[in-house]
Design a protein around this ligand. Structure first.
Ligand code: AFP
Length: 281
């Protein structure tokens, strides 16, 4: 796993360089979810594929930007599922964005997820890695290398509320619950980039990030393999909780297809338990 994490560090430096120096325009193509691709999305995807091609333990890759599974090394062990540049539509307004990696063995589902990692491209580059059963580790790129800052542990209760999705399409249950957190004194922190929004909650001790099922998207927007499962591992390993709208751990998810989505809620224990009561699950 160390080899994969070290290669993710190399990827992070290359993508950060692309963000800072490349054309921000649209490419001629759209991804498998029908979204227009920025040239940066395509470039970041190529960077990851090229770097992971040099890692013999990587059997296959699955990208949010591509259809299907690409086999890299028949004798490899792991399949790396990644969102090369999550929140890329925020680059032109200079907000933070990120890359997310889920590392799977044997099966592409919650049971098969053995490790995950994400990179935040903000004022600085940060990396968080998580191995099943171990506390997540936080790194910061300083002086030309990734320096370990420490383990990440969520508090029992936080102060931040990051509610995703179009509000007019929320259910009344969800709207009432989000309002109840604000009435309790929670502060709104939502940039529209899943990586920096979840990173902020983790590092500030806790709170809730929600992307519910909505009337227009009953299964939510966020993709299980590339976004939901990798962050579920980080949150659970940090002592928090990560559940779907039925109250089940997101780590029990079994996507029916590679780009399958799920409603998802990540947070410290207090807020997730409150959400379960509000949803009656
Ligand atoms: P893009 O990759 O299309 O910019 O979407 C970003 C994202 O997938 C995720 O990073 C955000 O949490 C979420 O979408 C924001 O979606 P809403 O604008 O619907 O809240």
């Amino acid at each position: 796993m160390d080899t994969i994490f070290n290669n993710i560090k190399e990827i992070a430096i290359q993508i950060d360089n692309a963000i800072k120096n490349s054309d921000l325009g649209y490419s001629q193509s759209s991804n498998s979810s029908g979204e227009d691709q920025l040239k940066l999305d395509v470039q970041s995807d190529l960077i990851i594929e090229e770097v992971l091609r040099s890692v013999a333990s990587v059997k296959a890759i699955v990208s949010e930007e591509k259809e299907g599974i690409s086999v890299l090394h028949e004798d490899g062990i792991y399949t790396v599922c990644y969102d090369p540049l999550d929140g890329s539509s925020l680059v032109d307004v200079d907000l933070s964005v990120g890359s997310i990696f889920g590392i799977y063995k044997d099966s592409l589902d919650g049971d098969g997820l053995v490790a995950s990692a994400y990179v935040v491209y903000g004022p600085r580059i940060e990396l968080v890695t998580a191995i099943r059963g171990e506390k997540p580790i936080h790194y910061r790129y300083m002086g030309g290398k990734f320096v370990q800052i420490g383990e990440i542990a969520l508090k029992e209760k936080g102060k931040l509320n990051a509610p995703g999705g179009t509000q007019q399409n929320w259910t009344s249950t969800h709207k009432n619950f989000v309002d109840s957190l604000f009435k309790e004194g929670y502060r709104l922190r939502y940039s529209g980039g899943m990586v920096p929004d979840l990173h902020q909650i983790l590092l500030k001790g806790g709170g809730l990030f929600s992307y519910p099922g909505t009337t227009d998207k009953p299964n939510g927007k966020l993709r299980q393999l590339f976004e939901v499962l990798p962050f579920a591992l980080v949150y659970e390993n940090a002592g928090g909780m990560a559940i779907n709208n039925k109250g089940e751990s997101l780590l029990t998810l079994k996507p029916s297809f590679v780009h399958d989505t799920s409603p998802c809620f990540f947070g410290s224990k207090y807020e997730v338990e409150a959400l379960k009561r509000a949803y009656g699950v």
